[in-house]
Ligand binder design. Structure first.
Ligand code: MN
Length: 324
């Protein structure tokens, strides 16, 4: 599925951006589906999300992610937020011209809908469209944005079955993108009976012609009630289950020079959240300070924390995973 993964962000602050965003999203979605009804639903949802950003939030960001199973859209803003999301949604069926009007359409037309809003701090709206049935027992989402002004992201992330990878290519721009892309391609093609340590060792060799990067691999093993984590360099791995716990990575740059590769086990339960982030996301991020955010869809969690803890001088990636 290497070729079909596509992710980008789009700044929306004017109604003209809404049309442009819709065209880009539909162009990408059309590569994976010819279902006109589905494309029609996506089209209206992009339009409504972008309109809400312009009319009710003073602008924001539209995030797009697509692979061969799904198309995810997120509208992220730091606008006034909503006091009562449930009421805004309920109102949407009877009123026109309010934020609720758009939300009602978004929730009806998408296959999965979620929202997180805090008065005075902003709103994240999530809409998912299924392209194919899910193959993973996990629900995952990642938000990944490039260094400001760069066309490509130097970070990459991927999930396959119970395994998750995040790579931060050294620096930013095309050379960083090339390194992280190579790590991701190897990850997506690897034989999943390989131990994580062996996979990381192979990535080390595969990345030698590149400038290298930081890599972390995680494997969730629900039957053993554990998660294994194998990292090299600055990718933060955090488990959240009421409180947050950091996982341990080794020192080094994959593809250049690395220390001993080791993986570690941590307890995993059906309520645990796994979060992995590149250093473009401040490690001060604290899920516990957001009321009820931990119960939202992983895409919403990733988008809220990315919005509030992203450093604007680096590629920034945050991946969130939980049980289905
Ligand atoms: Mn970085």
């Amino acid at each position: 599925m290497t070729e079909v993964i596509k992710q980008f962000s789009y700044a929306v602050s004017h109604t003209a951006h809404a049309d442009a965003a819709r065209r880009v999203v539909i162009r990408e979605a059309s590569r994976l589906t010819t279902d006109e009804t589905l494309l029609g639903r996506v089209s209206v949802v992009v339009q409504e999300m972008a309109r809400n950003l312009v009319l009710h939030a003073g602008g924001g960001e539209l995030l797009f992610y697509q692979d061969d199973e799904r198309l995810d859209l997120l509208a992220v803003d730091k606008g006034p937020g909503m006091d009562d999301v449930a009421r805004c949604l309920a109102d949407s069926y009877s009123s026109k011209g309010t934020m609720g009007a758009g939300l009602g359409a978004i929730s009806r037309l998408s296959d999965h809908f979620d929202i997180y809003s805090q008065p005075g701090q902003g709103t994240v709206v999530f809409a998912q469209f299924r392209l194919n049935p899910a193959t993973s027992p996990l629900i995952s989402a990642g938000v990944s944005t490039p260094y400001p002004g760069e066309e490509v992201c130097g970070d990459a992330w991927a999930i396959r079955d119970n395994r998750i990878m995040v790579c931060d290519g050294l620096g930013h721009g095309h050379a960083a993108h090339e390194a992280s892309r190579r790590a991701r391609d190897l990850f997506l093609d690897h034989d999943d009976t390989l131990p994580l340590e062996t996979l990381l060792e192979r990535m080390h060799r595969a990345l030698m012609p590149t400038r290298g990067g930081a890599v972390a691999l995680a494997e969730i093993q629900p039957e053993q009630a554990q998660v294994r984590f194998c990292g090299m360099g600055n990718i933060a791995g955090v488990l959240h289950d009421g409180r947050s716990r950091s996982m341990v990575s080794g020192n080094g740059t994959v593809g250049y020079r690395i220390g001993r590769i080791q993986s570690f086990s941590y307890p995993w339960s059906p309520t645990t959240l796994l979060m992995m982030s590149s250093d473009g996301i401040s490690t001060r991020h604290d899920l516990g300070s957001y009321p009820r955010l931990a119960g939202r869809h992983p895409a919403v969690i990733a988008a809220v924390l990315h919005r509030d803890f992203r450093r604007h001088n680096d590629d920034a990636t945050l991946v969130v995973v939980r049980h289905a």
